[in-house]
Ligand binder design. Structure first.
Ligand code: FES
Length: 370
C-alpha cells in the first residue's frame, strides 16, 4: 500500500456545531530568484532545486502548503508558497529551513502577508461558500489564484454595523453572479500591515476581472483605502514551480493517462462516529469522508459544478441510497458512486474506496481496469 504524501484532517460542520473550531493562520510568502542563480551550471541548479523541494515537502504534515508560479504574470516576484497552519511557528521554521538551503541563498523574499481566519461580523447570505464565515481554509484545485492585501478607510469603521451590512449586501449580490470565483478572506488586524488578505480562486480569470470591475461600482468601494499589489498566481506542483524559475527540469512529466494506486490511513474506526465528516488529502486531492449511520463513503470534496465543498453538504438517506447536497447551489450526488442525482451539476464527482483494516479506516483509489 502506498503511503500518503500528507494528510490534513479538517473539521466537519457537525464538529463545528459541537465545539469551537480553532482559527487557522495563513501566510502568503512571495519569492524571487537572484539572476546570478540562472548563471550556475545546470547540474548545480538541478541539485539545488531538489534540495529545496525536499526541504519544503518535509513540512507537509505541519501545514497545508500550495505552491504557485508568478513567472510571466509579475515583474517583481516569481514564486508563491501559500501556507496554512494551526500556529505561526511552522511558518518561521519553514522560512528558516528554506533560507538554510543552498538555493535559499539566492531567493529573495519579496513580500509576505500574515493573516488568520475569523468569522465575519457581517451576515453573509450568499450561500455560495464565499468563505467570509470559514475558520478552515480549504483551497480548491483551481488553476489561478488572485491575491491582494486590503485596507478599508477609517470612516468605514465609524459607520453603524447596519449601514455597513447594507453595503456588504450589495457586494455579496454581485459576488453571487460569479460562482466560478471562490473568495477566501483572512484577517490581519494587528498581526501584519494590512487589515485583510483576500485570495480568489478560479479557473476563469475573465470572470474574476469582470467581478472586480463590477465591484468598483459599489458604494462599499468608496471606503477602500488599499487593494494593491495584486498578484496573479498559477497553480502547479512545487517541482513545476521551481522548474518555472529556470534551470533543468526536475518535475516528473505529468501522467494524465495512468492513475496510480494510492491509499491513506485516516484514523481508528472508533474515532469517526456516525454523523461525522472529515476532509483529507489523497495524492493532493481533497476528499470528503462521510460516516452515515455507520456506512463510510468518500467522494471528491469539490462539487463538479463550481467546486463547492461537499463535506459541508446535507446528507439524505432513503430507500434508494444516500445522497449529499452541495451547499452552494444544491446539486445532489449519490454518496456511493458520485453520480449526479439532481440539480445543476452535469458531471459526477470522483468517488473513492473506503476500507476498514485492523480497525483503521483507509481511503484509496486504484486504477480502473480497461
Ligand atoms: S458548486 Fe454549484 S452546486 Fe455545487
Amino acid at each position: 500500500m502506498g503511503k500518503p504524501s500528507f494528510l490534513q484532517t479538517q473539521t466537519s460542520p457537525q464538529e463545528r456545531n459541537g465545539r469551537l473550531t480553532k482559527r487557522q493562520y495563513v501566510r502568503f510568502a512571495f519569492y524571487k530568484i537572484d539572476p546570478m542563480w540562472r548563471r550556475l551550471p545546470s547540474e548545480k541548479q538541478a541539485e539545488q532545486k531538489r534540495e529545496l523541494l525536499a526541504t519544503i515537502e518535509n513540512f507537509n504534515r505541519r501545514m497545508l502548503l500550495r505552491p504557485y508560479s508568478l513567472m510571466g504574470t509579475r515583474a517583481d516576484t516569481e514564486l508563491l508558497l501559500w501556507q496554512i497552519a494551526e500556529s505561526i511557528e511552522p511558518f518561521q521554521e519553514l522560512a528558516t529551513a528554506i533560507m538554510c538551503t543552498t538555493m535559499g541563498g539566492y531567493l529573495e523574499l519579496t513580500r509576505s502577508y500574515l493573516s488568520q481566519t475569523k468569522r465575519s461580523i457581517y451576515e453573509i447570505r450568499d450561500g455560495l461558500g464565499n468563505d467570509h464565515e470559514q475558520l478552515i481554509v480549504q483551497p480548491t484545485e483551481a488553476k489561478y489564484l488572485f491575491i491582494y492585501p486590503f485596507v478599508k478607510t477609517r470612516p468605514w469603521y465609524r459607520m453603524s454595523l447596519a449601514a455597513r451590512q447594507g453595503m456588504m449586501d450589495e457586494h455579496i449580490q454581485i459576488g453571487r453572479k460569479y460562482p466560478s470565483v471562490k473568495l477566501n478572506t483572512t484577517y490581519s488586524f494587528g498581526i501584519d500591515d494590512q487589515e485583510f488578505v483576500v485570495a480568489f480562486e478560479t479557473d476563469e480569470p475573465a470572470d474574476f476581472l469582470d467581478l472586480v470591475q463590477e465591484l468598483r461600482e459599489t458604494e462599499a468601494s468608496l471606503y477602500t483605502l488599499q487593494d494593491t499589489p495584486l498578484y496573479t498566481c498559477i497553480n502547479m506542483s512545487l517541482a513545476e514551480a521551481l522548474d518555472a524559475l529556470g534551470g533543468p527540469k526536475i518535475a516528473e512529466p505529468r501522467k494524465t493517462e495512468t492513475i496510480k494506486e494510492v491509499w491513506i490511513d485516516v484514523c481508528p474506526v472508533d474515532e469517526f462516529q456516525p454523523g461525522e465528516t472529515k476532509v483529507l488529502y489523497l495524492d493532493g486531492q481533497q476528499v470528503a469522508l462521510f460516516n452515515v449511520d455507520g456506512n463510510l463513503y468518500a467522494l471528491s470534496n469539490r462539487c463538479s459544478h463550481a467546486r463547492g465543498p461537499l463535506a459541508e453538504g446535507e446528507i439524505e438517506v432513503s430507500d434508494d441510497g444516500c445522497t449529499v447536497t452541495c451547499p452552494w447551489h444544491y446539486a445532489k450526488f449519490d454518496l456511493s458512486s458520485g453520480q449526479v442525482v439532481d440539480g445543476v451539476a452535469s458531471a459526477p464527482v470522483p468517488s473513492y474506496i473506503v476500507e476498514v483494516r485492523d480497525d483503521v479506516i483507509y481511503v484509496g483509489r486504484v486504477p480502473v481496469a480497461e
